[in-house]
Design a protein around this ligand. Structure first.
Ligand code: PRX
Length: 652
């Protein structure tokens, strides 16, 4: 199997470290949790359900009569916005900070739960007035400004599923997602700051709206004021005007069944066609809240910071839904870690006295490269726990994070999960488990992992296998928006045996389990690559490159440190490879997907290595990219090209 191992040079897993007693004493969950969950499964998941307030209690925890379409908390009724906002007012916490937002240029806004309640209600009233009805999909295309979570909660309040599209994605990507979801409502903004420059978002949104099938109603947040003037067209509304019109309005939270869709999130699959992952209201929210409590150890009094973007699942679960359901203070940061200087994050941690900090390993590697002077310039002693997500963290980066950010004291949770799992599925439980740098940890209580060979038989400990989950869990995706058939096909067919009543979710990742049950994640086994912890299909990027005039073929593979993409590109006869073509390739990817998917390295080659049947041998290109010994080349039609490519890569 092709394990695109992203664990680098120092990939061997180190010795274990125990969490300090001071952490253990105050941790939200203590020992024996795994045993209790095993003994009580599936009733154990009531504990997740109990994190929420239900209008109608569920009839049972799990209906598994039609696997793999499991129904969590069937019969239960609730509203997600009520759970994330209203109930905290009722419990006397209305003046507690819900969101602390830090803008790119030093602007700050704090929303107490009361203020959040007011604006979510006004926004919900405005959306309803514009014609949004229960179950209409509302697309949100906003950067990291408070209006983004407010719009999400407003949608949840009126029972309209949201589909948030990452603001950095292109007009074409936005249009594909709006069409796929048949969404005719869009919330966007005039523009936002990127590295200090005003960037026009509305132009992208306008281009998307022009090309979608539906007649779209658009709401525009004025983020930049005078800096970037914009004109509203017909069927376009100004966010602030709408709120003013609905000032003081309240909207009763719509009663939703536990199984009703809370949101839709598009993610890359193995084909170029993004998958609309559908999450339920009850199971998802319960799981997001429970994992925030159990793994991230968040308490209502904490200031908690997940430095991700809400445009991806990490931000949905761990900036918005999990922390707000628990009534904590969640930090939202609009900027980048190095602007205006490389100590920006540490300045914020110090000023806000952040208790728990959660980020991606790619960020940790950047901090490490910048050096210790930046964190050392700040008092980081408020930190109690650190987390990582999105890709494996190599032991060297782990130790650096532990030492220089965590002061050698804070436990680190390396959390494995996916858009489809809704929340963390593999991690150490920080007050209970020892940590093993380089290994994510054990399956969470109630989660069962099987590592399998391609024929479905379990692999021995220490061997690489396909990572499958063999028991359902509340946060699991309900289905795909394009239908149950694709859902079955994508995730359940490969390793399930329905005749034997055995259902296994195929994650698309490879992993290895040590004798002690700790899992090391080795990366994707399918044609999906991780760029800085974000997921793209190689086909999606390749087809963007091939769409550029003069390009004949392209193959895209992940680079050595998990944050770079290498594109191998062959040109058509008469086209000169070089800087000009490189620019056009980059522009092509930006247009089709967004600049975040742009390859960091482009290698031009007269031909790509191919089998006799004409299939591009990506595996070989991965070996070349990562400087590894070449695998078997006997099936190649043009073996001579590999040496040429190797020397080009070496020279770059
Ligand atoms: O390959 C795994 C990697 O990220 C993929 C999921 O990407 P996405 O759905 O975009 O969600 C990202 C944030 C949850 C997985 O299939 N991944 C995620 N967490 C880890 C990881 N790889 C290694 N270690 C992790 N902790």
């Amino acid at each position: 199997m092709g394990d695109r191992a992203a664990v680098d040079d120092d990939s061997s897993v180190d010795g274990r470290l125990s969490p300090p007693p001071s952490f253990v004493e105050q941790a939200n969950v203590g020992e024996n949790l795994r045993e209790e969950f095993d003994r009580e499964w599936p009733a154990c998941w009531n504990r997740a359900g109990e994190c929420l307030s239900w209008e109608t209690p569920a009839d049972s925890v799990l209906d598994d009569s039609e696997p793999p379409f499991y129904r969590w908390f069937p019969g239960g009724q609730l509203n997600a916005a009520y759970n994330c906002v209203d109930r905290h007012l009722e419990s006397g916490r209305k003046n507690h900070a819900a969101i602390r937002w830090e803008g790119k240029d030093g602007e700050r806004r704090t929303y107490t739960y009361q203020e959040l309640f007011v604006e979510v209600n006004e926004c919900a009233a405005a959306l309803r007035d514009l014609g949004v009805e229960e179950d209409d999909v509302v697309t949100i295309y906003l950067p990291m400004i408070p209006e983004l979570p407010i719009a999400m909660l407003a949608c949840a309040r009126i029972g309209a599923p949201h589909s948030v599209v990452f603001a950095g994605l292109s007009a074409a990507a936005l249009a594909t997602r709006m069409d796929a979801a048949e969404s005719d409502f869009l919330l966007t903004c005039d523009g936002y700051y990127r590295r200090g420059d005003a960037f026009n978002q509305k132009r992208k949104a306008d281009n998307a709206v022009l090309s979608v099938d539906a007649d779209v109603t658009t709401v525009v947040v004025d983020r930049l004021g005078e800096e970037l003037t914009h004109v509203l067209g017909s069927n376009e509304h100004d966010y602030d005007d709408l709120l003013e019109t609905h000032a003081g309005a309240t909207v009763d939270p719509v009663t939703r069944d536990a199984e009703d869709m809370l949101f839709l999130m598009y993610t890359s699959g193995t084909t170029g066609e993004p998958k609309g992952v559908v999450h339920s209201t009850g199971g998802y929210l319960a799981y997001a809240a429970w994992t925030t409590r159990t793994v991230l150890d968040v308490k209502p009094k904490d200031t908690y910071w997940c430095a991700a973007d809400i445009g991806w699942i990490t931000g949905h679960s761990y900036i918005v839904y999990g922390p707000l359901a628990l009534g904590t203070t969640t930090v939202m940061y609009e900027g980048t870690p190095d602007y205006p200087d490389r100590d920006r994050l540490w300045e914020l941690v110090e000023r806000m006295a952040v208790d728990v900090f959660y980020t991606a390993p790619t960020a940790v590697r950047a901090f490490m490269k910048w050096g210790t002077a930046y964190p050392e310039a700040h008092d980081l002693s408020s930190l109690r726990l650190l987390g990582t997500v999105g890709e494996p963290i190599n032991p060297r980066a782990w130790h650096w994070y532990h030492e220089h950010i965590g002061g050698g004291e804070c436990p680190i949770v390396d959390t494995w999960w996916q858009t489809e799992t809704g929340g963390i599925a593999i991690s150490t439980v920080p007050g209970v488990d020892d940590m093993k740098p380089g290994a994510a940890g054990k399956p969470l209580p109630g989660i069962e992992v099987d590592l399998l060979a391609s024929d479905g038989t379990p692999v021995d400990s220490g061997e690489t296998g396909y990572l499958t989950l063999s028991r359902p869990w509340p946060g699991m995706a309900k289905t795909l928006y394009d239908g149950d058939d694709r859902h079955l096909e994508e995730y359940w067919q490969q390793f399930s045996d329905p005749d034997a009543g055995r259902w296994r979710y195929a994650s698309g990742d490879a992993a290895r389990m040590d004798e002690d049950g700790y899992l090391t994640i080795l990366g994707r086994v399918d044609d999906v690559i991780n760029i800085s912890g974000r997921r793209f299909s190689t086909m999606e990027i390749e087809s963007a490159i091939v769409g550029v005039e003069g390009v004949a073929e392209a193959a895209v593979v992940g680079g050595p440190d998990g944050s770079d993409v290498y594109a191998y590109v062959s040109t058509e006869r008469g086209t000169e490879p070089g800087a000009e073509l490189e620019e056009r390739v980059l522009a092509g990817v930006e247009r089709a997907i967004g600049s975040i998917a742009q390859p960091g390295t482009i290698v031009f080659t007269p031909e790509l290595p191919k089998t006799r049947s004409g299939k591009i041998m990506r595996r070989l290109l991965e070996d070349v990219t990562n400087g590894e010994p070449l695998g078997d080349t006997s099936a190649l039609r043009n073996p001579e090209i590999v040496g040429e490519i190797q020397s080009t890569v070496r020279d770059q």
